[in-house]
Design a protein around this ligand. Structure first.
Ligand SMILES: Cc1ncc(C[n+]2csc(CCOP(=O)(O)OP(=O)(O)O)c2C)c(N)n1
Ligand SMILES: [Mg+2]
Length: 348
């Protein structure tokens, strides 16, 4: 595992990023309860250290990321600003996907944050495609592919692992193993519960890390990223983590005990880093307060932006959905100069 240079400023950044995610999602809950956020809302409470640790080891914007429907944390850690993210959650045209993606499909080409994906395992082949393009067009760039342990049972997982290893793609596989796929406990869905061992079948270096500790996650990711950048092919990270909330906004949680949840809350990455820094005199209570205030102000500003946003007009309903009507001209070439509909392509 790589040794990190852990100066105060860096630790404060890790802490701040986790705080931004936690507070952002708490605000989302309030907006959901006020029926301003509609549809599904999958929160990552408890899992923040994974997104933050991995992003800290990469260069978002140069490097790409692909994530799941539980991706608010990854989008924030990747540097997508809070205001267009929150506007997206509210379905506003000012959102990062013009309000057409919502919670599960956050996307920002400028940050090379390529989604948000509602399909379990859906991001894996996409990540391989991005990494393949980067291998040819952007040497040195790495794609981080986040997925839950529930994706490991999908064919897409195995196909992607095989091709990535075969073609030495610059890909960092990050399995967010939170021990449940909806209501299915890991041991009821997988015969091999140490997910990292699956990478061995594809001759891929793999490690398991404590996903409740951003420093450990970053150290493991950094070692892996260095090898990937040097052309060594893909690497695999299994981060053991836990979601404190239900799968989506509500479920009965009959699949786990209250004691289990409470036990994991004792390992909450945010108070854990806070207490460790405080004990080591790496942060002061005044600095903690200042960080909290900074995050609260950022969130207030983002919420005001999102609330003031507009809904796309009904006339735009078919935009990006249907092709503009193409009329064939006499020589049969669709969209030939001067042909009716030739300019229509610009409408999209
Ligand atoms: C291909 C596919 N099958 C089933 C579903 C329904 N589904 C949504 S989330 C989920 C569980 C996924 O669990 P995991 O990959 O561990 O991610 P987590 O929710 O724990 O972050 C399932 C089965 C889906 N979205 N896509
Ligand atoms: Mg899971």
């Amino acid at each position: 595992m790589a040794k990190l240079h852990l100066d105060r400023a860096h630790l404060h950044r890790l802490y701040r990023q986790m705080l931004r995610i936690r507070r952002f999602e708490a605000r989302c809950v309030a907006l959901y309860q006020a029926q301003k956020i509609r549809g599904f809302l999958h929160l990552c409470d408890g899992e923040e250290a994974v997104a933050v640790g991995v992003a800290a080891a990469l260069q978002p914007g140069r490097d790409a990321a692909v994530a799941t429907y539980r991706e608010h944390g990854q989008a924030l850690a990747w540097g997508v600003p809070m205001a267009p993210l929150l506007a997206e959650m509210l379905g506003k045209a000012e959102g990062c996907c013009r309000g057409r993606g919502g919670s599960m499909h956050l996307f920002s080409r400028a940050h090379r944050f390529f989604g948000g994906n509602a399909i379990v395992g859906g991001g894996l082949p996409l990540a391989a495609g991005i990494a393949l393009a980067d291998q040819r067009l952007r040497p040195g760039a790495v794609t981080a592919c986040f997925f839950g342990e529930g994706a490991v049972g999908e064919g897409a997982f195995h196909e992607t692992m095989n091709l990535a290893a075969l073609w030495k793609l610059p890909l960092l596989f990050v399995c967010e193993n939170n021990l449940y796929a909806m209501g299915v406990p890991l041991a009821q869905g997988e015969v091999e519960t140490d997910i990292w061992r699956k990478a061995r079948a594809y001759r891929m270096p793999a490690v398991q890390v404590d996903g409740m500790d951003p420093v450990q996650v970053e150290a493991a990711a950094q070692g892996a990223v260095q090898a990937i950048r040097e052309g060594g092919g893909p690497q695999f990270l299994e981060a053991r983590t836990y979601r404190f909330r239900a799968h989506s906004m509500f479920d009965t949680q009959a699949y786990r005990s209250r004691e289990e949840v409470e036990g994991w809350k004792h390992r909450d990455p945010i108070p854990r880093l806070h207490d460790w820094m405080l004990a080591g005199h790496l942060i002061t209570p005044a600095q903690v307060q200042a960080l909290e205030a900074e995050v609260a102000a950022e969130l207030d500003e983002a919420e005001a932006f999102a609330e003031a946003g507009t809904l796309e007009p009904l006339e735009d309903l078919e935009r990006f959905v249907l092709m503009p009507r193409v009329v064939q001209d006499d020589d049969g070439a669709p969209g030939a100069p001067g042909a009716p509909g030739a300019a229509a392509g610009a409408a999209g």
